[in-house]
Each structure stands twice: as C-alpha cells, then as structure tokens.
Design a protein around this ligand. Structure first.
Ligand SMILES: Cc1cc2nc3c(=O)[nH]c(=O)nc-3n(C[C@H](O)[C@H](O)[C@H](O)COP(=O)(O)OP(=O)(O)OC[C@H]3O[C@@H](n4cnc5c(N)ncnc54)[C@H](O)[C@@H]3O)c2cc1C
Ligand code: SF4
Length: 432
C-alpha cells in the first residue's frame, strides 16, 4: 500500500507549483484584459497594416507569441491569443514564427479599414515594367526584409536589357530598402542617383523614439556582405549606416524630393524638387509613412515651420504653436512645455482629442490645468508671419505671438501617386 506521508511529500509541492502557476496566469490575464479595455476606450483598435489574427480553433494559449512580440502587442485572454495593443504592431511576424500550433496568420488591414498594397511580381517589379517597389511600401514592415528587397531589385535592374537613358536607375528613398539598393548599384557599377526628401539617412528608423531597441536579424548588405546584428539601439543602427555611407563614398542627394514620374521612350523621366533625371528603371523605396501633410496657408514656407519635433530643448524661452490632434501632436506640445520659459499653444480643428492614448489625454489635461499648455479646440491656422500667427476660432480671428510652429497633422500616403503612374493597387480588408 502507498505510504500516505510519501504521497503527501509528492503532492504538496506539485499542488504548490500548480497554485503559483495558476495565480501568475490569472494575474497576467487580468493585465491583458485591462490593456484591451484601455485600447478600446482610447479608440486605438485598428492596426496600421500587417498584423496577426489568431485562429481560436488552433490556439492553445501557449503564450509563445506574447514572449516573442518585442512590442508587447499580444496578450492571452480566456486561453487564446489576442492583439491587445493593435496600434503598436509593426507586422514583423515574430509572433507567427513563434507559434507552435500554426494558429497565427498575418493579414493586411481589417474589415473596417482597408490597406492599399501595390501589386508586384516576385522580382519586385510592378505592372509598369521598369518601376520597382521595395520595402514597406510593398506591405512588409521589417528592416531586414526592406534591405533584402532593395538588394534583389538591383539584381533585377542589372538583368534588364536595352534603353539608352542617361541612368540605369533612380532610387527614391534612403531608408533601409533604398540604402541597400544604392549599395547594390554601387557594387555593380550601375549609373544611378539616390534621392531622399529629408536631410537624414535611415528613413523611418531615424524617427524612432530616442534609444528605441531595434529588433532585427543578420542581413546581407551589398559590398559589406553578411552583417550580424539582432538587437541594436536606434542610434547605433543609424551610426552604423552613416559609417557605411562614408566608407563606401555612397552619394545620396538629401533634401531632394521625387515629384513625378513619366514614361519617356524606353525609360522614365523622374522630376524632383531640384531637377529631372532620365533612367531606364525607377525604384520606389519610399516607405508608407507618407509625406507630412501641410497646412496650405500663407507663410508656411517660413523656416520656423517644421513637421516633426526633433529636439524640444531648442525651443526653450520661445512661443511655440503645435498644430494637430493626434498622439504625436500632444507628445510634442507636452515635451516642449517641459522646457524652461516656453509658452505652448496646441491648436486642433476637432471638438475633442478622440483618437489619442488615454495617458496622453490625461497628461495634457494636467498640463492645461497648470497653465503649461494652452489648448485651442475648433481652431484653424489662417496666416503665419515671422513673429506671430493668426488662427480662426469658429469664425473669430485671433493673433498670437509666435517663434516656432510644429505641424503634426498626419501624412499624405502615396496611393494616388502610384495609381496615377499606372501601378495597380489592391485594397486588402483583413486578408493575407
Ligand atoms: C515605431 C516603429 C518601430 C519599428 N521597429 C522595428 C523594429 O524593431 N524592427 C524592424 O525590423 N522594423 C521595425 N519597424 C519597421 C521598419 O522601420 C520599416 O519596415 C522600415 O524602415 C521600412 O524601410 P523602407 O526603406 O521601406 O522605408 P522607410 O524607412 O520608411 O524609408 C523611406 C524613405 O523614403 C523617403 N521618401 C518618401 N517619399 C519620398 C519622395 N517623394 N522623394 C524622396 N524621398 C522620399 C522618406 O523620407 C524615407 O526616408 C518599426 C516601425 C516603426 C514605425
Ligand atoms: S507582427 Fe510583430 S509587432 Fe505585431 S504582434 Fe506579431 S510580433 Fe508583435
């Protein structure tokens, strides 16, 4: 007969392990439920583009995806995976790769919100022969993929025959895709130019929050070969790329924006903000963040108007106007208000900050109460002058002192431009 004392010796530790496991499990689940509630409350329920969907029939709630997601976007609720923070999902698919039960699929858009995906063939050439797309514009949000696609496009461009254009290819954009393509073009001695509308290298990566940990994987860069990196700070990654550009003497035309592309015999004429190029092929490595939307008001061309907050410190002792009603506008206004001697006004045309994170809304309310930020709802900028700005508050004009303006009213996506040049674009509503 089994000795009851020996049985107890086995059962008690087992019961304790089970008890602590279930307690931790339920604590985690409570946190995931609260996070999902906060997401719904703040209206941030729609992912930007590519994101996971969970098949409840296959998901056994192992939690492998929760651990694998570097953005903390996933939780387990009632034993099944859920996207509890859709707005932070960047679609790199680490969750899908980690799932031991194949319960995750990556899809573009949702039933409510379609996402435009340009059609490309396996060589990344669009239905307009000679125009290629690499990187995030094609739908895949991952640095390593953008680099690989940029590299492969140049292999395809090399194989193209004929044409007597001055250049083999114009590369538009100096993010990960454009940079890899430019290195490939340099390696193969192609005649090319790379243009970048901003004054900085690295595309979207350059604008990540300070010290963000970038999750990536070893990648093959032309000229340099295999580059081993997995987790790296944003600053170190940008520094690495700047070093590559210097070492290879790669020329990038910064502050030059591609404006139109027209067919020209066997090739294309690419008109930019600074001139025009004739090329046999064009690579669009322009990402998906779009071009900042403008206010289209007199005086907007003044140098004091910018479309992104880079360094709040530079605004110390100044009268600053922030325009916009999203998280980035609120965060910019709050960051500048923290600088000594600033007078910050936040102008938004809407009735309320409906689509921002709850935390930002609360921080803004506190800052407003303390008089650190003045909020002007239902207001529109009418005119910008060197030392002042005129706003329209539901029909009443108001002038305020002003030294600097940060416009944060979203971006213009390139879909109409793609359609205009004949590239077929498919809108996906929650499909792969
Ligand atoms: C907050 C955040 C965190 C992320 N974290 C990660 C991560 O940890 N790991 C990861 O792998 N990926 C991450 N990603 C995704 C990754 O940054 C993108 O997938 C990647 O940058 C895409 O590269 P790209 O070259 O296609 O486009 P982009 O990096 O967007 O570069 C496009 C470039 O084209 C330029 N451009 C656009 N239009 C024009 C024009 N008309 N003329 C001239 N130039 C133009 C733009 O100025 C820009 O410099 C993250 C994304 C975000 C937003
Ligand atoms: S795709 Fe990436 S960011 Fe999105 S949930 Fe999966 S692992 Fe997280």
């Amino acid at each position: 007969m089994t000795d009851p004392i020996a049985l107890l010796l086995y059962l008690v530790p087992l019961a304790l392990v089970l008890f602590f496991y279930l307690r931790r499990h339920s604590k985690n689940e409570q946190q995931h439920v609260s996070q999902l509630e906060e997401t719904v409350k703040s209206g941030l329920t729609e992912p930007a583009s590519l994101h996971p969907v969970f098949d409840p029939n296959h998901c056994l709630g192992s939690g492998a995806c929760v651990k694998a997601c570097p953005e903390g976007a996933i939780g387990i609720i009632k034993g099944k995976g859920h996207l509890i923070k859709p707005a932070v999902c960047i679609g790199h698919g680490a969750c899908m790769a980690s799932c031991p039960h194949d319960a995750i699929t990556l899809v573009f858009g949702t039933t409510k919100r379609g996402v435009d995906i340009p059609q490309v063939n396996p060589n990344f050439e669009t239905n307009v022969p000679g125009i290629f797309i690499a990187g995030e514009l094609g739908g895949m949000g991952l640095i390593r993929k953008a680099v690989e696609q940029g590299r492969q496009v140049i292999e395809s461009v090399r194989k193209r025959k004929g044409g007597n254009s001055a250049l083999d290819v114009v590369i538009v954009g100096a993010g990960p895709a454009g940079l890899a393509a430019s290195l490939g073009a340099l390696e193969h001695k192609l005649k090319f130019v790379t243009i970048e509308q901003e004054g900085s290298l690295g595309g979207t990566v350059y604008h990540y929050p300070r010290n963000k940990l970038v999750m990536t994987a070893p990648m093959q860069l032309p000229i340099l070969g295999k580059v081993k990196m997995s987790e790296i700070s944003k600053e170190s990654l940008i520094e690495f790329w700047q070093g590559v550009v210097k070492k290879t003497s790669l020329k990038i035309n910064f502050n030059e924006r591609m404006e139109t592309i027209t067919k020209n015999g066997h090739g294309f004429n690419v008109k930019t903000s600074r001139g025009a190029y004739n090329a046999g092929a064009v690579l669009l490595a322009i990402g998906r963040r779009g071009t900042p939307r403008k206010l289209e008001v007199p005086g907007e061309e003044l140098p004091k108007v910018v479309y992104r907050l880079v360094d709040p410190e530079q605004y110390g002792q100044q009268h600053v106007l922030v325009v916009g009603g999203g998280d980035s506008a609120l965060e910019a206004a709050l960051a500048i208000a923290d600088e000594p001697g600033t007078t910050v006004t936040l102008s938004y045309r809407g009735d309320a900050f409906g689509r921002v994170k709850e935390k930002n809304r609360q921080r803004l309310q506190e800052a407003e109460k303390k008089g650190r930020v003045k909020v002007l709802l239902r207001s529109n900028v009418k005119k910008i002058e060197p030392n002042k700005v005129t706003l329209d508050l539901t029909g009443k004009l108001m002038e305020i002192k002003n030294d600097a303006i940060i416009v944060s009213v979203g971006g213009v996506l390139p879909t109409p431009f793609l359609k205009e040049i004949g590239i077929m674009v498919e809108t996906k509503y929650g499909t792969a």
